[in-house]
Write a protein of this length. Sequence first.
Lengths: 356, 104
Amino acid sequence: MESTHKILILDDDADWLELCREIFSRLPSRPEIRTATASSRALGLLDSEPFRLLICDLKMPRMDGLQVLSVVRRRFPGLRTIVLSGLEDEEFRSRAYALGVDLFWLKSDMQQDSKMFLDCIESLLGRDSDGGFRGIQSKGLMDIIQMECLSRSSTVLRITRGPLVAKLWFQEGELFDAEVEGARGEAAFRRILAWKSGTFENLPAEPDRERTITRPINALLLESAQAMDENANPATETQFFDASHRKLTWKLSLLTREGAEFVISAPPEGHGEPEAFGVQASEQLAGWTRNSLEIARRLGETIEAGPLSHIAANGMEKQLTVLAHGKKSFLVGWPLAADANQLLEQSKKLVASWDS
Amino acid sequence: MGFIKKLARLFRSRAAIRQLPVGSLTVNRDGQIITSTVSSTYPKSLLDEIGHEVLALFREARAAQLPLAEVSVHFGSLLITARELRGGTIIFLRPQSVLSQPPN
């Protein structure tokens, strides 16, 4: 029987591996750390020795991390896997979780929040490999929350929906805090429950966190379900007015919080009026938004440049981001002083929250 | 036999991978390419298409009372950056890949 667990770290950066070796060797369970700079070497080690955990980078030459993970998933189904990457892209996160990884962590987050990351690793190492089921779940958020409560879990449920991240804190099956997009407590919980899709992961419990939710989970779930139902099918004029008012307030606060100057949301031509906040001449700008995305898509197809991500533009007084979300086209205006490198992520967040 | 060879040649030519354009070009307000550093093996018709569509982006923006100084179109594998030049434009073409994205 193995007395200590073994961790294999795969990354093409030898300096980074050394740093990881130093950090992970401080874990309370004192695991044995092995490293590999190439995927072939890592697979060879996995073949020859039993490991409990593989920590894998994504961006590597020859065979990238996703390829390694798909091989590992098939050949070593009991092995716990963590992706530790510098690529801050939701597509990679979703693809990694679709391959069944236990945790996706950014290198920058690991440096900023190393204690949390080490707790996650310790928790994964400590889990009994003979008990419990693993796999990809496709459940509604209400089901997942109820499961956490019924099993009296102590955990932090991190839910990711595109660029948006939410957290729910449980202690012995009791929900005691929720956080999303600057909101906390019951208001945050209601917003999270409105999400229709996303991925989730379990992080170690944080029992010392301040309590913001005191009502029982069943009451909250019932109330949220009723509110969602009323929003979707307002029965009276008052309910309709309340739902519209809530949406308007939410959108204005979202615009202010992200620091955008204006947003235009344009449905496909002939499918309703554009919605504009913070700007006039919305019809004209919505037309330009639709047309510019259409021009770019056409160009991309002609020159075979791959799918269109977005258009960034600089005007005399503003920076602009044009992007599609679902069937709608969005134009987001930002002040000239805003950090251009952050605008795409901020625009994606804003757009993802807009109709939720 | 000759027919099969011709067919095989035809399929081979269709399956060929086209390289992405790299370099810069200047286009006047009529859409004519004035200068270009893009490889001469890249089809001229496609460069013309790029020039025309980029000019259309600037033109549509002016029509919407939103004059632009610079536009960047981000595709999965190509970044097109264009700066307005008195009705014409200078366009920079840079292939992109996962590996070329700087890690955060």
